[in-house]
Design a protein around this ligand. Sequence first.
Ligand SMILES: Cc1cc2nc3c(=O)[nH]c(=O)nc-3n(C[C@H](O)[C@H](O)[C@H](O)COP(=O)(O)O)c2cc1C
Length: 306
Amino acid sequence: MSGLDVQLGPLALKNPLVAVSGTFGFGFDYEPILPPDLFGAVIVKGTSLVPWPGNPPPRLMETPAGMLNAIGLENPGVDVFLRDYLPLLRERGVMVIANVVGRTMSEYVAVSERLSDADGIAALELNISCPNVKAGGMAFGTSVRDSEALVARVRQVTSLPILVKLSPNVSDIGAIARAVEAAGADVISLINTVLGMAIDVHKRAPILGNVFGGLSGPAIRPIALRCIWQVYQSVSLPILGMGGVSDSEDVLAFMMAGASAVGIGTALFADPYAPRKILEALPGDRDRLTEGRWPIGWAHPKGGCR
Ligand SMILES: Cc1cc2nc3c(=O)[nH]c(=O)nc-3n(C[C@H](O)[C@H](O)[C@H](O)COP(=O)(O)O)c2cc1C
């Protein structure tokens, strides 16, 4: 696997494949098939200040070429993560990115501070798709002003690199990207899930307990590619691209759109061996499709693809 190392802003990854938040638990759910140190980095489950119980069931359903989830960010809270999981990840030499969630800006700040004091976390990823309870429940990440303010507040309390994870459920993703760049983000990760819902016509009722859920998997891959491309045109920050990645050609396509590293999540549910297959195929595919240029994220000018 040598020669696959990439630089994601300040982070040196041994390969470009990243396990994305919420699909890989705290790093050990897929062992022995997928040890966490297989990946260039592991982004752990969204972590809040206190434990969150999540949404009522049903929380998951399969869709054509994807999945709807309405987990509701259930997690045991930052203290349990730091006590029970971080030491194990550190022992294994995993590059750990902690995913931060909150209901208010102060909660994001408090979690970020706690994580920054710990030993063994390479970076924070702010999931800005959470509802802001002080703004009527509108997601932070759908407002340019709130996104900028949130990142600026967290920037003040951490010296760790900050990844900001953008939602595709906005009309101008480039504007959000520019705002978080101005506020001090180091890397942009995208995309989070696409809002959706499903109805059981026999029961004449929504299928998910939460009514709405987030669509992920191959169904959203074209949306992810479009968003990555638009963000690449809008900012000079490095990009961690994700959304429906299933094989090595998807990884290369995401890099051609502008990503420096690429996340995989829902594909693990369909084929837990997918990351191994990708890491085996990537060197050959890369040489075949890019004439050896690497990283290919930087191989095209802002104006278009070569
Ligand atoms: C079951 C599930 C749980 C998720 N939980 C989180 C989370 O806690 N924090 C977060 O930022 N994103 C979360 N996501 C979004 C994923 O990290 C990712 O952005 C999205 O699923 C698109 O990638 P994929 O199609 O490869 O899964 C979750 C996705 C799924 C399917």
